[in-house]
Design a protein around this ligand. Structure first.
Ligand code: NDP
Length: 256
């Protein structure tokens, strides 16, 4: 894949939550296309394994232990990435979590934890990385939304609010940073088999079957389904694509 418009040789990517799930799927795609990758997460064992995995693909990979809700830690993370990898061309705001409860049962601290992790983190990381992305001359930001950016679910009030917000934040930044040649786009995953949804399958009765019945592709997505879209949105192939929210969902969002 290292040729032409999809070549990421010499570029540096930060992937929050890149140590597992969809983030790791995207990090692998970016590494296979030639980008050095900084994996950002809290779990050191997972991050170490991810760095080994990415390193085997022939690129430099580092882990930067960071809580993406912590502004000071994010500033230090960006400084370290620039110090060790030299630049930042690509930022993937992927870290996320959910607390599954009815809206009237959600406590304020639970609401805040979801919004801080899924939405405010994207604001903090994008703001911190902006000077380096601008300096690169061709910055790319990829924000991870959800089907909950479009639909609602009774158990996902805070999560849906955060993921709807991610799409609007993407559009605003796409406008603001177009003059800097920074493209900002969102990916909206359908139902993907990860640690996050293993929890959902246990907590929400009948979810597994409903997802299969509701998805035209008739399967759950895998983390490998995200490597190609990450390379597209991180590479010169998408230089005239900005402010979009692209479903990667096996057709879930167009099923009647
Ligand atoms: P996982 O639980 O597998 O991965 C979530 C990642 O986020 C982990 O690597 C975790 O790293 C990181 N993370 C969570 N909180 C923090 C934090 N405070 N600071 C730093 N890192 C954090 O879930 P998925 O791969 O499924 O989810 C990835 C993204 O995709 C999320 O934004 C999610 O909302 C979204 N998504 C997922 C869907 C699915 O079906 N799986 C569907 C739609 C959207 P660590 O453990 O090291 O903290």
């Amino acid at each position: 894949m290292r040729n032409g418009q999809f070549d990421l040789s010499g570029r540096v990517a930060i992937v929050t939550g890149g140590n597992g799930g969809i983030g790791l799927g995207m990090a692998r795609g970016l590494a296979d296309a030639g980008a050095a990758v900084a994996v950002v997460g809290r779990n050191d064992a997972k991050s170490k394994a991810a760095v080994e995995d990415l390193g085997k693909r022939g690129v430099k990979a580092i882990a930067v232990a960071t809580d993406v809700t912590d502004k000071a830690a994010i500033a230090a993370m960006v400084e370290r990435v620039v110090g060790e990898l030299g630049r930042i061309d690509i930022l993937v705001n992927n870290a996320g979590m959910s607390i599954r409860k009815a809206p009237h049962e959600l406590e304020l601290d639970e609401w805040s934890r979801v919004i801080d992790t899924n939405l405010t983190s994207a604001f903090l990381c994008s703001k911190a990385a902006y000077p380096a992305l601008k300096a690169s001359g061709h910055g790319k930001i990829i924000n991870i939304g959800s089907m909950m950016s479009i639909f609602g679910a009774s158990f996902a009030a805070a999560y849906a609010a955060s993921k709807g917000g991610i799409v609007q934040y993407t559009r605003a930044c796409a406008n603001a940073w177009a003059p800097d040649n920074i493209q900002v786009n969102a990916i909206l995953p359908g139902w993907i088999d990860t640690d996050l949804t293993k929890g959902a399958r246990q907590q929400v009765a009948g979810l597994h079957e409903r997802v299969l019945a509701r998805t035209p592709a008739a399967r759950w997505g895998t983390i490998d389904d995200f490597s190609g879209i990450a390379v597209f949105l991180a590479s010169p192939a998408s230089d005239f694509v900005t402010g979009t929210a692209i479903p990667v969902d096996g057709g879930y969002s167009v099923m009647v």
